[in-house]
Ligand binder design. Structure first.
Ligand SMILES: C[S@@+](CC[C@H](N)C(=O)[O-])C[C@H]1O[C@@H](n2cnc3c(N)ncnc32)[C@H](O)[C@@H]1O
Length: 243
C-alpha cells in the first residue's frame, strides 16, 4: 500500500480513538479489558511493551509505578498525542518506538508484560490494496501477525505474560464493527460475512475463531497450554499467553 494509503488509515484510526461515539459492545469490551489489566498489573514494577500504543491510553494507566514503558506506534501523529499525554502526566520512564512494529529489533528476555489491546492484533497484515490476498489460508497463518508476536514472545522474560484483545468471529461482532467504523466517518468496502472488515480509508480489522488464533500462535511457537481465552463479552476475548 502507498504511503498515502497508510496515512489515510492512520487518520481514520486517530478519528476513531478520539471520537465521542463508541459502539456499546465495543465500549464494554474495552472497559472489561481494562478492569482485568488494572486489577492484575497497575503499580507493578514491570518492564512493559505496548504494541500499537495509539494515543497513550494504557501508558496513562500503567506508566506510573512500572519500571519502564515502551510504546510501539506506526503513526507519527498518533505517537505525538501519546507522548504529550505521558509527559503531561509527568512520566519519565517511557520511550516511543516509531515505525512498523513488524520491523522492530528487540532484546530477548527483556519484558515482564507485553500488551496489544483494543483489537490491535487484528490490524496487522501485509499492506495491500488487493483484498483478495486475505483469504482463509492467509488469516489462519498471517505472516505479519506471526512475525510480530514471535519476536515479542522471544522478547518476554521467562515467566512473562502477553495479553491480546481480539474480536470473536460472529455476526454480532461484524455488526458492531460496521456501526463503529461508519459512525466514526469510515466507509466499509468488504462484503457482509467476510472474516475481516476493510474500509475505503484503508483501515483493516479481522475477527478470530479460537482455531485461527491458536493456529497463528502455533506459528509463533506458542502452544495451546500457554494460552487462556478470557471472555470479555459476546464480541471479544482477552487472550493471555504465558512464557
Ligand atoms: C485500535 S488502535 C489501539 C490503540 C491503543 N492500543 C488503545 O488501546 O487505545 C491500534 C493502534 O496500532 C497502531 N498500529 C497499527 N498497525 C501498526 C504497525 N504495523 N506498527 C505499529 N503500530 C501499528 C495504529 O496506528 C493504532 O494507533
Amino acid at each position: 500500500m502507498s504511503e498515502s494509503g497508510k496515512n489515510t488509515e492512520a487518520k481514520a484510526v486517530l478519528q476513531s480513538l478520539e471520537s465521542a461515539y463508541i459502539t456499546p459492545a465495543i465500549k464494554q469490551a474495552r472497559e472489561r479489558q481494562d478492569e482485568i489489566m488494572i486489577r492484575r498489573f497497575q503499580g507493578k514494577p514491570y518492564a512493559i511493551a505496548d504494541i500499537g500504543c495509539g494515543t497513550g491510553h494504557h501508558g496513562l494507566i500503567f506508566g506510573e509505578g512500572c519500571r519502564l514503558y515502551h510504546g510501539f506506534e506506526i503513526s507519527q501523529d498518533i505517537a505525538e498525542v501519546a507522548r504529550a499525554r505521558w509527559q503531561q502526566q509527568g512520566l519519565d520512564n517511557f520511550e516511543i518506538f516509531l515505525g512498523d512494529v513488524s520491523q522492530m529489533r528487540l532484546d530477548d528476555d527483556f519484558y515482564d508484560l507485553v500488551i496489544c489491546m483494543y483489537f490491535t492484533p487484528g490490524n496487522f497484515r501485509d499492506f495491500s490494496e488487493d483484498l483478495s490476498i486475505y483469504d482463509n489460508a492467509y488469516l489462519d497463518n498471517n505472516p505479519v501477525f506471526i512475525k510480530i508476536f514471535s519476536s515479542f514472545y522471544k522478547a518476554m522474560k521467562p515467566g512473562g505474560l502477553m495479553f491480546l484483545t481480539v474480536y470473536k468471529d460472529l455476526p454480532v461482532t461484524e455488526a458492531a464493527q460496521y456501526d463503529f467504523y461508519e459512525k466514526t466517518g469510515q466507509h466499509v468496502v468488504t462484503r457482509p460475512g467476510s472474516r475481516f472488515v476493510a474500509t475505503a480509508e484503508h483501515f483493516w480489522s479481522v475477527r478470530w475463531t479460537r482455531a485461527s488464533m491458536l493456529s497463528n500462535l502455533a506459528g509463533c511457537g506458542i502452544t495451546e497450554v500457554s494460552v487462556k481465552f478470557h471472555d470479555l463479552n459476546e464480541i471479544a476475548w482477552l487472550i493471555e499467553i504465558s512464557k
